[in-house]
Design a protein around this ligand. Sequence first.
Ligand SMILES: Nc1ncnc2c1ncn2[C@@H]1O[C@H](COP(=O)(O)OP(=O)(O)OP(=O)(O)O)[C@@H](O)[C@H]1O
Length: 510
Amino acid sequence: MTDLATKPPTILVIDDDAEVRYSLGRVLSSKKYQVIEAASGELGVAAVKKGPLPDLIFLDIRMSGMSGIEALQHIRSVNPKQLVVLMTAFGTAQTAIEAMKYGAFDYIMKPFDPAKVLTIAENALKAHADMRAVVNYKPTINSDDYKEGIVGSSPVMQDVFKVIGQVTASDVTVMITGESGTGKELVARSIWKHSHRAAKPFIAVNCAAIPDNLIESELFGHEKGSFTGAANQRLGKFELCDGGTIFLDEIGDMALATQTKILRVLQQGEIQRVGGTETIKVDVRILAATNKDLEEMVKAKTFREDLYYRLNVVRIRMPALRERVADVPQILDFCLQNLLKQKKTRVSKVSPEALAVLTRYRWPGNVRELENVVYRSAVIAQGDTILLKDLPAEVRETVGGIVPTVTTVDSAPPFETARVASAESAALATAQVVAESIASGEPALSIPHALDFLHRELSLQSEPILERLEREMIVRVLAATEGNLLKASERLGMTRATLRKRVDELGLKI
Ligand SMILES: Nc1ncnc2c1ncn2[C@@H]1O[C@H](COP(=O)(O)OP(=O)(O)OP(=O)(O)O)[C@@H](O)[C@H]1O
């Protein structure tokens, strides 16, 4: 494969039409690409098999003998990551769909517009260079270690895990609050799985999704003929869940009349079916969730105060994803690994530029939105890496244009430069998070966040992490103590002699 830093990229043109090969060759050579030609699908495949692999292939779909699609399959079996642009004279949507389905990077219609040919080649080769730059991608987690699907090691999530552990031993009612998509249901399931009720059912009821006139029947069941349409007796969720755990999601949307009945279950452990007179004992643990401000609702008398206190025995507040950006890379790897296992993608890596944008985005839809963005980007991505260009426009655009372009076809930087640029973009990203959090009156990044960030960034660099940290801290402490070695050594926790020695060894000037 061509070394982009030194040699011009090679492009293989496979077409049985000599005129097309000639004109395409001229256009591409004008940009100093090295063009190789093959006059049939068979010859093109042979050239790829023989090697060296070209950086890009322009491949005609309709050829006598082996078709372009057939050739593409052979080429993919030699090099699954090969970048291919399909060419077609039949510009129907169908051919475009076929081309992309078979994993082409793009397709182009004949007759060609030379400028378009060059743009496509440039974009393809940039994508190629970006993918090659991501050689050292190390997933942050192994999804097999997260059977319950709650990923995250940020301090705020550690607190959540602790409370989950504390409430599993008892039957205490738990109120889980937080914005939509933060993982409230996942937490409820985790509490249930770790509790002594794990062998009995877990039933989730979305109170907002069921109309007011049906919710009571849904929860408590009904007797035959109790209302129009009640042709038979029906058991409600509470009876079906006997011995288990019921998760009342969006409880803030529950009508006052139903709230009264929930209070009765909590106080007396009994229900009555709609239209029935019999009192039925049920043994159900209640977990509830809301993204509404229940305190405000209590004040406005739209939520019963007594029920509020009954539900709110223990509260777990799920932090918004923007409060735990350090978890984004882990959740991202978790989603990618799951998609890989389900064979929904071949993507297993993310470029540093894309990651920088993902950690800067505000995630109004929280983890659910991140999952969705990862899936969409993985579907769009060619090869095995999500690049900046693969992220949905709304994510790239909301974040703004500070992410530097790392490579261009004419002056592709060597790998080291690409990594430095990536580190810079990640640093800019974090600076932006801090600036935004200060501007919005939220606390700026905490020490654990800052350490997580440093860990990630310093891991990308060749200098040993501790040496870099030591150097930076010594410089800062010396500056703060105005070069006083004794005071600085006390702050750093080393003897004056050791500090003197380290200053010399690290080549620092006092
Ligand atoms: N920490 C996490 N790690 C991995 N996946 C997560 C995490 N938190 C949430 N998810 C995923 O995000 C999606 C939304 O989670 P969940 O339904 O639990 O959120 P929610 O807060 O209950 O949302 P809503 O308020 O809209 O009902 C789910 O697909 C879930 O698997």
